[in-house]
Design a protein around this ligand. Sequence first.
Ligand SMILES: *[C@@H]1O[C@H](CO)[C@@H](O)[C@H](O)[C@H]1NC(C)=O
Ligand SMILES: *[C@@H]1O[C@H](CO)[C@@H](O)[C@H](O)[C@H]1NC(C)=O
Ligand SMILES: *[C@@H]1O[C@H](CO)[C@@H](O)[C@H](O)[C@H]1NC(C)=O
Ligand SMILES: *[C@@H]1O[C@H](CO)[C@@H](O)[C@H](O)[C@H]1NC(C)=O
Ligand SMILES: *[C@@H]1O[C@H](CO)[C@@H](O)[C@H](O)[C@H]1NC(C)=O
Ligand SMILES: *[C@@H]1O[C@H](CO)[C@@H](O)[C@H](O)[C@H]1NC(C)=O
Ligand SMILES: *[C@@H]1O[C@H](CO)[C@@H](O)[C@H](O)[C@H]1NC(C)=O
Ligand SMILES: *[C@@H]1O[C@H](CO)[C@@H](O)[C@H](O)[C@H]1NC(C)=O
Ligand SMILES: *[C@@H]1O[C@H](CO)[C@@H](O)[C@H](O)[C@H]1NC(C)=O
Length: 366
Amino acid sequence: MRMSSTFVGALLLVILIQAKGQPGFISIDCGGEAGANYTEPSLHINYVSDENFIKTGVRGTIASEEISTHTQQQLWRLRSFPKGKTNCYKINITRGSNYLIRTVFLYGNYDGRNMSPQFDLHLGANLWDTVTIRNASITQSNEIIHVPLLDFIQICLVNTGNGTPFITAIELRTLTNDTYVAKSGSLELYNYLRCDLGSNRGYRYRADDYDRFWFTCDFKEVWTQLSASISNDSFFDNDYYPGATIMSTAVTPANDNAPLVIRWEPEDETDEFYVYMHFMELQWLTENQTRQFNITRNGELWLPNYSPQYRAVNTVYDLSGISGKEIKFTLERTENSTLPPIINAIEIYKVKQFNQSDTFQGDGLP
Ligand SMILES: *[C@@H]1O[C@H](CO)[C@@H](O)[C@H](O)[C@H]1NC(C)=O
Ligand SMILES: *[C@@H]1O[C@H](CO)[C@@H](O)[C@H](O)[C@H]1NC(C)=O
Ligand SMILES: *[C@@H]1O[C@H](CO)[C@@H](O)[C@H](O)[C@H]1NC(C)=O
Ligand SMILES: *[C@@H]1O[C@H](CO)[C@@H](O)[C@H](O)[C@H]1NC(C)=O
Ligand SMILES: *[C@@H]1O[C@H](CO)[C@@H](O)[C@H](O)[C@H]1NC(C)=O
Ligand SMILES: *[C@@H]1O[C@H](CO)[C@@H](O)[C@H](O)[C@H]1NC(C)=O
Ligand SMILES: *[C@@H]1O[C@H](CO)[C@@H](O)[C@H](O)[C@H]1NC(C)=O
Ligand SMILES: *[C@@H]1O[C@H](CO)[C@@H](O)[C@H](O)[C@H]1NC(C)=O
Ligand SMILES: *[C@@H]1O[C@H](CO)[C@@H](O)[C@H](O)[C@H]1NC(C)=O
């Protein structure tokens, strides 16, 4: 086993620890038939009906033309809440454990009204997000990494007067303790930016043991895609374990001498971000080849003279967040490097401060 090594100071960790996530999955098919308990074959994930987690709401089914284009069964049914302002699911969990909590929404014109609603999503009493259904045929999700303080969580749908709230699925995944830790607060996936760079399609379980959703992201930069075939056996994983499939592709700047830049402009400059970069050298380098680069963060040197390791995952992240008008990471080849920088995957989270209790106090409780 390789132990962690610190590259710059105490803030930045590059970790190489062998540990594999155990499936600790709770997968709820909202609006599923009473007693439903099935494995969705395309996902190898077991879903159960939501009957034991909520007492209110009405079961619905998406339009038949939507069923034909969405082949995964857990997307077919949903629960809507025409009555009451706030309706909450209550789900037993292990207090103090680290969870990835995901809500999934597919409107699919289930009510035949062709009116995509907007409503609020709460975790306990705290506003998590405002859900705006942008396209009736597209599956949307919200993800947050959160350590619950109680033996249960509540996921609440709040009617804000813009249509009937509904929900399609709820998925909880147990993550390794001490991963994705913010100094304070929970980490919400930002703009679907969990990116399998260099890939032309998205992934989830079983490519990812933790069933994190990996997307193809567009950072509007000119990159070249790289790929290699990586066997699971030779794969040396770490606590963030992005999986061989995710790590087998990467990007490099299309111009060999240009830096690789990842940037975005937050809606609010006080927003705080945590970024996890996953690296693996895909190419067997000859004696006269070097791939070495400096990583800077908003202009400050973050990780100097870094070389990804051949067929081993390095996850680079910071123990404190970053904010600003613009967030900019630059991977720039050093004077010694004969090869341009690469990056295999990146995850971007925004800090969500939940200052109220985990419990919703009010009407509509199950
Ligand atoms: C669903 O089925 C599986 C396999 O038969 C079983 O292990 C599990 O306990 C069931 N879950 C519920 C909630 O009934
Ligand atoms: C959740 O836990 C409570 C208290 O232990 C128990 O009474 C209840 O039946 C559990 N609910 C489910 C759905 O397992
Ligand atoms: C994570 O922490 C929680 C709370 O301390 C504990 O119950 C759980 O067993 C831990 N999980 C692992 C895998 O260590
Ligand atoms: C909604 O998404 C579908 C599938 O991607 C697409 O064909 C359709 O044009 C979109 N509709 C709107 C209104 O954007
Ligand atoms: C690696 O593991 C994944 C998930 O278990 C599996 O789908 C894939 O076929 C495996 N690849 C190889 C080369 O064994
Ligand atoms: C690296 O060495 C190989 C032979 O070992 C040679 O063919 C190649 O031209 C060298 N490349 C560079 C960039 O020096
Ligand atoms: C990379 O960082 C080192 C400091 O360790 C510095 O000496 C070097 O000039 C930097 N190279 C580039 C290309 O920024
Ligand atoms: C760059 O190359 C020179 C000459 O080979 C070597 O002395 C120096 O240590 C290298 N610098 C880094 C950061 O690897
Ligand atoms: C929670 O924080 C928000 C934003 O910082 C603030 O507006 C709100 O009043 C706080 N609520 C409580 C109960 O402290």
